[in-house]
Design a protein around this ligand. Structure first.
Ligand SMILES: Nc1ncnc2c1ncn2[C@@H]1O[C@H](COP(=O)(O)OP(=O)(O)OP(=O)(O)O)[C@@H](O)[C@H]1O
Ligand SMILES: [Mg+2]
Length: 265
């Protein structure tokens, strides 16, 4: 991880279509180049909306977004993609009939490298290239295979910033671990990841985190510290105990201490 800021979100707010409320309310955070930065928070907190705003799908009514120091707030999705921002959607798109090779290879700029990049990307997401390269992207692929192929297409493209919106949704626990390996491999290839998730266990892979609640930033910082806050705020003691014990004993201790104090009162 370098000490350079790759993405800087400054006080952005996004109104809903009926302009009644701020879905995202004066949110600010920085993503360091080469890091995995998670956006965590409960369902409906505004995480996906924020991801779409960074990709340029939604435009903020106030605030600015900077990428590599340049103001990209008014740029289109295509212009942002050209600068190296890519988003893997929460529900992967299906391009029925397209071969996996073409689907993954379409984003590879150097046409001489297509086969190499497609094979390498499939290997990273743990799909055997010899089997999958000829398959079609259609309903015969399982949900997990589709997610992996979606990730492979992002890896082959080599963007500077990968926004992953609930990339792990619908995965079982064993598969989740392999997803964390995949995220680390993407990072090793020099890409920066903005990991949107409400799965606190998958956030463990991240260097830094932003906790979002009701459209607002509750805290930015190291994942460990942010988890302490999240566990306290969401009453996630059980989940913390089950998935984060040992690695997050500090977090558990704090919660237990807090609860004991409250009970005494
Ligand atoms: N266009 C819209 N108009 C009105 N409300 C919206 C609109 N888009 C999203 N919302 C609301 O904004 C809130 C944030 O939605 P968002 O999809 O960003 O949440 P999220 O944090 O990604 O949740 P999840 O973890 O369930 O994916 C939700 O309450 C949602 O219903
Ligand atoms: Mg979402």
């Amino acid at each position: 991880m370098s000490s350079d800021v790759l993405l800087s979100v400054k006080d952005i707010s996004i109104l809903s279509e009926d302009r009644q409320c701020n879905i995202v309310d004066t949110i600010s955070f920085d993503v360091m180049e080469g890091s995995i930065h998670s956006i965590i928070g409960p369902n409906g907190a505004g995480k996906s909306t924020l991801g779409y705003a960074i990709m340029g799908v939604y435009h903020p009514c106030s605030g600015k977004i900077f990428f590599k120091g340049k103001d990209i707030t008014d740029l289109s999705i295509t212009e942002r993609a050209k600068r190296g921002i890519t988003l893997a959607w929460q529900t992967p798109a299906r391009f029925d009939g397209l071969s996996v090779y073409d689907y993954i290879g379409v984003g590879v700029k150097d046409k001489n490298l297509i086969e190499q990049r497609v094979r390498e990307a499939l290997e990273i997401v743990n799909l055997d290239p010899d089997i999958y390269i000829k398959r079609k992207v259609d309903a015969n692929l399982s949900g997990g295979e589709r997610k992996r192929i979606e990730l492979a297409s992002v890896i082959a493209m080599r963007p500077k910033l990968v926004i992953l919106d609930e990339a792990e949704a619908g995965m079982d626990l064993i598969v989740l671990e392999s997803f964390m390996d995949i995220f680390n491999k993407i990072k090793e290839l020099g890409m920066t990841i903005l990991l949107i998730t409400h799965r606190e266990d998958i956030g463990m892979v991240s260097d830094n985190s932003t906790l979002i609640w009701d459209g607002k930033v509750l805290a930015n910082g190291h994942f460990r510290d942010i988890m302490v806050l999240y566990c306290q705020k969401a009453g996630l003691k059980k989940i913390c105990n089950r998935t984060l014990f040992n690695q997050f004993d500090e977090c558990i201790d704090k919660i237990i201490e807090e609860e004991t104090r409250e009970n005494k009162i």
